[in-house]
Design a binder for this molecule. Structure first.
Ligand SMILES: O=C(O)CCC(=O)C(=O)O
Ligand SMILES: [Fe+2]
Length: 337
């Protein structure tokens, strides 16, 4: 696995910038009761203009020019004592006040590239998710897995309102477990493959985590039972975007040509994968139209020192999902109307 990918843009905070961030975040903790509060989220993009200029320019150009599959911002120190032990389950964050500095920082950064949102089917609709190992889900294809690698994927590839950017911030990563990354720009395809990949010959189903709380008759279940055929490549012919999620997809049944091309493309992406190791305080924003991501396997500890990331989803356009949100300014999406 290549340790560094060309397609990652990196920004390192200077000590001075780190102090500027800490001052800003302390002010926000005084002014807002929680980083998930509507009052904060609605003004985060304005508040983010008080971040160091270099970060603002870096993230704006990552979003505007699409120069890279992922952007990493390194260097915010995290007080390991203060954040408290890694929770046993995503729903049992011992005391959200303990991670407020990191959470405000993370959402401020994200506000420079999109609008944060959640799904009613994921972590109770929270805007900030916990990615940490859970004993009952060690082999699952989800953020709660550990012993089984989380296979690379486009986040929520099955859904037209999937995020433009997936953000991950490390609070703790003691065994230096990598987040794997691969970029569509590194994918070489033949003319024949290109034609197949651009046609609607594939079915992508929801990840199991989405389906868990949804009974078979519920709205949204059609994503599982009768998915719309989709193409894998779309957008610009020369610089296409990518939609793929191998563990949850197939060619349309009977289309052997498409099945063969899918298998070949999966192997080629496998070979091109690299990884980024997030140290505490590091944030990565993955362009979910350009890059796939996953996670290596690891042995969980269950002693309060496990790998612990915060995760959030960002869209460039909240309006397109109005039909699956309760209010115009609501940020929780249902799978279907
Ligand atoms: O744990 C990681 O580094 C990646 C997690 C992930 O892909 C996810 O939660 O969607
Ligand atoms: Fe993911």
């Amino acid at each position: 696995m290549s340790p560094v990918l060309q397609s990652i843009a990196t920004y390192e905070l200077s000590a001075n910038e780190g102090r500027q961030v800490t001052g800003l975040v302390e002010r926000l903790i005084g002014d807002y009761s929680s980083p998930e509060d509507h009052a904060f989220v609605a003004t985060a993009a304005d508040l983010a203009r008080s971040l160091p200029d270099g970060i603002v320019r870096f993230l704006r150009s990552f979003q505007g020019g699409e120069p890279a599959g992922a952007a990493v911002i390194r260097g915010l120190p995290v007080d390991d004592e203060r954040i408290g032990p890694t929770p046993e389950h995503w729903s049992t964050h011992c005391d959200p006040a303990r991670t407020m500095p990191e959470d405000f920082y993370f959402l401020l950064l994200g506000s420079l590239i999109g609008e944060v949102f959640g799904w009613s089917t994921l972590q109770n609709g929270a805007l900030l998710h916990n990615v940490l190992p859970n004993r009952a889900e060690e082999n699952d294809q989800s953020g709660a897995g550990s012993r089984a690698p989380l296979l690379w994927h486009i986040e929520d590839a099955f859904h037209p309102y999937r995020c433009d950017y997936l953000g991950l911030m490390a609070l703790r990563n003691p065994d230096a477990i990598g987040t794997t990354l691969g970029c569509v720009r590194d994918l070489k395809v033949t003319q024949h493959e290109r034609e197949v990949l651009w046609s609607r010959r594939f079915h992508i189903r929801p990840d199991k985590v989405h389906m868990k709380g949804l009974d078979a008759s519920a709205r949204g279940a059609e994503f599982e039972h009768s998915p719309e055929p989709v193409s894998i490549l779309f957008g610009d012919a020369e610089e296409p975007y990518l939609r793929i999620n191998p563990p949850f997809m197939t060619a349309i049944p009977g289309d052997e040509v498409a099945e063969q091309v899918l298998g070949d493309v999966i192997s080629r992406i496998d070979e091109s994968m690299g990884e980024v190791i997030l140290d505490p305080g590091d944030v990565v924003f993955i362009d979910n139209y350009l890059a796939v991501h996953g996670r290596g396997s690891f042995v969980p500890r269950y002693d309060g020192t496990d790998r612990w990331l915060r995760k959030a989803l960002f869209t460039r356009d909240l309006r397109k999902s109005r039909g699956v949100r309760d209010r115009a300014n609501g940020r929780v999406l249902r799978l279907a109307p």
